[in-house]
Write a protein that binds this ligand. Sequence first.
Ligand code: MEV
Length: 315
Amino acid sequence: MTTTTATAPGKVILFGEHAVVYGRAAIAVPVAKVKATVTLTDAPAGAGCTIAAPDIGAHVSLSDHPQDPLALAVRLALEEAGLQAEPDWQLTVRSDIPIAGGMGSGAAVSAALVKAAFAHSEPDACAQPDAGTVNRIVYEVEKLHHANPSGIDNTVVVYAQPVWFVRGQPPLRFDIASPFHLVIADTGIASSTAAVVSDVRRAWESDRLSYEEIFDGIGETAAAARRAIVSGNVDALGPLMRANQRLLRRLDVSAPELERLIAVAEEAGSAGAKLSGAGRGGNLIAVVEYQKVEAVQEALLAAGAAGAVITQVGS
Ligand code: MEV
């Protein structure tokens, strides 16, 4: 009996969420400290293919739940790998990425499932489909989670690299001239990306002019941040995060708990903080000088954040 394991990291969007759905650029980075892991073992002959995610109490079979997101990821991978018959496989999903927290948990689970299915059906790594193929499949599954995904979440977790992302274009990698640190804090409030994205769509439909102007502002912030990151001007990032957060407030995707914890982070020494992901709950990110990361982390936990991790962007 052989076992195959595959992983995919979590992610945070540094700049540009929501506006990215409307064609503006955004920047996202993987967060390797949290990840989804899939273990695939052969099951007895005739058992079929089942997927268990014990952390969320999910147990689905490929034949009985073909439209379930977990099953769809595996089914699309099998089609791509050219396997006609359902294999006898048991896949187990574990993830420490907060669910509904804006850290790409759904995309990371799908990516780890697809990678495990490919690796198990074709153990020769050179013969396995490339990251672009994995990304295309994970994007298909993302559409089940929310109707109009920009594609940024699947792209950053599949490539596991910082990306400059514009919808419909190949993702661009970029250099990080000087590493910088983030504290990522969880409000503990679950937020549905689908619901927030569709609220923004409704608001945009009723006042396109104002919303397009906000999206332009967010896109300009992302462009300025990219210039700062590639030139090593880390000091510019805090003010840019504050500017991005002001624009996100105007989109009405922030929340009192996000605002409270953003203020805590900034009072404790962060140069600037913002929500990350769809908003209304989930996670916030705070850019912090290395000497102050622990003070900011402690302040956030003391203020009631459900979790706070320190991560370095760039190496
Ligand atoms: C969600 O992580 C990011 C959003 O911009 C939605 C999307 O890009 O599909 C809110």
